[in-house]
Design a protein around this ligand. Structure first.
Ligand code: HPA
Length: 270
């Protein structure tokens, strides 16, 4: 894998990408933060050696490199999901490459359903912790000791400093930012009523299909990371409405304005 990482990073560097400070992963329906980047280079995933190619239409599959809030950033517009058929290792390959390029911090976003009855759709949730229910662990297999330890600590997987800053910014900008536990499942189907009930009982506030693999790998390599969910649907098992992906994308698009403001300001303060 080391060789594959180096090949991908070498290609990206050859396109003119120079020591990005911050990596960003944009979730479903959340590509617009990328429009705020003063883009210097845009690279299609399909052109990068060893990079997986996104199979979902709502994910456009590009790396965007440039300046955002005065910092050099590299953003993934479109991420990889377990439900697309990728392994944990494949899903997180871009994060390995980002580390090789030199990122110091990782900012993640996703769309999620809320199982906490106090959290309404269209609001944001800062992920404070997760319960990973995606069956394949990205660290499964021989450990690459040069990248990180065999048994990485996960007592504080989301960086306390970035989370503190995000909470302060949300207060200043009067953006509702809940805080809670995110549980990613395999997908691609949404959950049954009994599953939502179960997820709430085990301590989840939001459910989605991503993020934990990237966070595990970031922790493995010692990259401080943070993640914000855009809550797109209310998963109340006693009054469950069928959700459409179109509606999820529509709500993600609206709430994204707040997410964009939060992350722009966070990057300024890093
Ligand atoms: N379940 C899983 N993933 C999701 C959901 C959901 O309810 N909403 C948005 N992503």
């Amino acid at each position: 894998m080391l060789k594959k990482i180096e090949q991908a990073a070498a290609y990206i560097k050859a396109q003119g990408v120079e020591s990005p400070q911050i990596g960003i992963v944009l979730g479903t329906g959340l590509g617009n933060l990328a429009l705020k980047i003063e883009a210097e280079h845009i690279i299609d995933y399909a052109d990068i050696p060893n990079f997986p190619v996104s199979t979902v239409e709502s994910h456009s599959g590009k790396l965007i490199y440039g300046k955002l809030s005065g910092k050099k950033v590299i953003a993934m517009q479109g991420r990889f999901h377990y439900y697309e058929g990728y392994s944990g290792e494949e899903i997180t390959f871009p994060i390995r490459v980002f580390k090789n390029l030199g990122i110091e911090k990782l900012l993640i976003s996703n769309a999620a359903g809320t199982v906490n009855p106090d959290f309404k759709k269209g609001t944001l949730m800062l992920i404070d912790d997760h319960i990973n229910m995606i069956p394949d662990n990205p660290l499964r297999g021989k450990n690459l000791d040069g990248l990180g330890p065999r048994f990485p600590d996960m007592s504080q997987p989301y960086d306390a400093d970035m989370n503190g800053k995000l909470k302060a910014i949300a207060k200043e900008l009067e953006i509702t930012l809940h805080e809670g536990v995110y549980t990613p499942v395999a997908g691609p189907n949404l959950e049954t009523r009994a599953e939502y009930r179960y997820l709430r009982k085990i301590g989840s506030d939001a459910v989605g299909m991503s993020t934990a693999p990237e966070v595990i790998v970031a922790n493995h390599m010692g990259i401080p990371c943070c993640a914000v969910s855009v809550l797109t649907d209310e998963c109340d098992p006693d009054n469950l409405q069928p959700v459409s992906i179109a509606e999820i994308l529509e709500i993600a698009g609206r709430a994204e304005k707040d997410l964009t403001k939060l992350y722009e300001e966070l990057i300024k303060r890093l």
